[in-house]
Write a protein that binds this ligand. Sequence first.
Ligand code: GDP
Ligand code: MG
Length: 212
Amino acid sequence: EQQSSENYDFAFKILSIGDSGVGKTSLIASFISAFSQYSAPTIGVDFKIKFLTVGGKRLKLTIWDTAGQERFRTLTSSYYRGAHGIIFAYDVTRRETFTNLSDVWAKEVELYSTNQDCVKILVGNKIDRESERAVSKEEGIELAKELGCTFIECSAKTGQNVQQCFEDLSLKIMEVPSLLEKGSIGGKGDILKPKPENPVAPPPPPVGGCCV
Ligand code: GDP
Ligand code: MG
């Protein structure tokens, strides 16, 4: 598949949050490595860029990962700012990572997210470790309802449902007119559009006027 830094219909910012060790970085790595990619240099938080076609649209996903700050729950508002989609990740074998999503992370998002329409997906990771499962699929579905998320279970290790996770989230974002408008090329939210002379440059720090 042709990869181009110039040719896309929409640019979306995706965040991953959840306890340390649930597999956020692995999930992103698994998704990214399924196709060709390039990584941006680390700027405190790390982000990866991936182009994909969903629903007939060419998308540029900028996927933000923490550099371990989630361990100390010190993610700042700039991490959340302008997000189109948020991945709430837990480990199906560690129950506290599941309960912390509603006890800790959903509250953080509520506090910091500048965008009310932001689309969320609840992701139960490590389903390859079925014998150690501590959270049932039904409980996942239930929490997703409470948090207003879609839901998927996956394994970053085997790659099961990883592509699906990002495609589902992207499709949901495209169903929200205000997000679509802000993710348009040259639109208010297209803060990540690379300069032609330096297509792999990291984005400028988010500015207030660009908030989604
Ligand atoms: P993060 O702290 O949320 O970014 O989690 P990491 O991606 O660093 O993963 C934490 C640990 O879980 C690492 O040892 C990974 O290899 C492991 N891991 C991540 N995803 C999976 C998975 O789907 N299945 C299994 N069995 N291990 C996983
Ligand atoms: Mg990580």
